[in-house]
Ligand binder design. Structure first.
Ligand SMILES: [Mg+2]
Length: 310
């Protein structure tokens, strides 16, 4: 089957062939299951139906600001059958990465409470989060009074609304040590909150620290291959037997294409069909990685179809 097929156009044999080979459904959350706090009609019914048919479901989000408990409450409230271990966030991938490395030092954390709690739950010590500003409006005094904690062995960066010059100074100073690990939960440039105000995202924070430290952060959220590594190592997922559902071709679909997962784009979120058609017809070979195998207007549109072919 050629990429970019409307999944509703498959015949019964094609559909069965596709889904008989799928053991795990990995679904993005925002733009697929809901938009902010509004559920997308039919998504819960479809995900639960996949589960009824014996598929393992993994909810995958790049959002590091919230603890997985928060996502679990939201999923259950919106009608999704889910348990905490079914949720993989960029914060939980940070934990998994550090655990795999046998990390036993402290983290200098630029982030918010969700990420801090995930580290704490895993027994990984971190320095305090929250506001950290210039002392008495005096940079020299601030520099003089900063005593780097020798126990810090990693700088972890997620979204932090209290990001400041002082945090930049401290992060870069810790990264001066050659052995210090530098991790980023995602590199999203902006939040799509307002059409008038530009709201900087984690990517802006990561880039400023990369500039000063002259080091590149290891990206752990989508589209990083570390996400797939986590799914394989921690969840026993076989990429070839996995379908990823997402609304963002530059994260969800790109990661799936690069790692050999089947990919399904829903048009209920960020990426629109004309963009995908342009990538499909592009002469730049890299653009083909943004093109999903299948697409559908919204996940709930599959419900009737799936029940018909079941
Ligand atoms: Mg999304």
């Amino acid at each position: 089957m050629q990429p970019l097929t409307n999944i509703l156009n498959l015949n019964i044999e094609e559909y069965k062939k596709l889904f008989d080979g799928i053991e795990v459904i990995v679904t993005d959350c925002d733009g697929v299951l809901w938009v902010d706090n509004e559920p997308i009609p039919g998504s819960a019914e479809m995900i639960n139906e996949f589960r009824n048919q014996g598929k393992k479901i993994i909810f995958l989000t790049n959002n590091s600001t919230k603890h997985r408990e928060h996502f679990l409450i939201k999923l259950n409230r919106l009608g999704f059958i889910a348990e905490k271990q079914d949720i993989v966030s960029s914060a939980s991938i940070v934990v998994s990465f550090l655990k795999r490395k046998g990390f036993n030092k402290k983290v200098y954390l630029i982030g918010s409470t969700g990420l801090a709690r995930e580290l704490k739950d895993a027994g990984i010590n971190h320095l305090e989060i929250g506001p950290d500003v210039i002392i008495h409006n005096n940079l020299y005094k601030t520099v003089d009074t900063f005593h780097a904690d020798p126990e810090v062995g990693a700088v972890v960066v997620g979204f932090d609304e209290h990001f400041s010059y002082v945090k930049l100074l401290k992060a870069a100073s810790y990264l001066n040590k050659q052995s210090c690990i530098f991790l980023a939960t995602n590199k999203d440039e902006r939040f799509p909150i307002s059409s008038k105000i530009v709201v900087p995202g984690t990517g802006a924070i990561v880039k400023s620290i990369e500039t000063v430290s002259q080091k590149a952060a290891i990206l752990l959220g989508k589209p990083s291959s570390y996400v797939v590594k986590t799914l394989v190592d921690d969840y026993g997922v076989q990429p070839m037997r996995c379908l990823i559902i997402g609304d963002n071709c530059k994260t969800d679909i790109l990661m799936g294409s690069r790692s050999g997962l089947k990919t399904l784009l829903v048009l209920s979120g960020l990426t629109k069909l004309p963009e995908v058609e342009a990538w499909k017809n592009s002469s730049n070979r890299d653009d083909s990685e943004f093109v999903p195998d299948y697409y559908v207007a919204k996940l709930g549109d599959l419900v009737k179809f799936v029940k018909k072919v079941a």
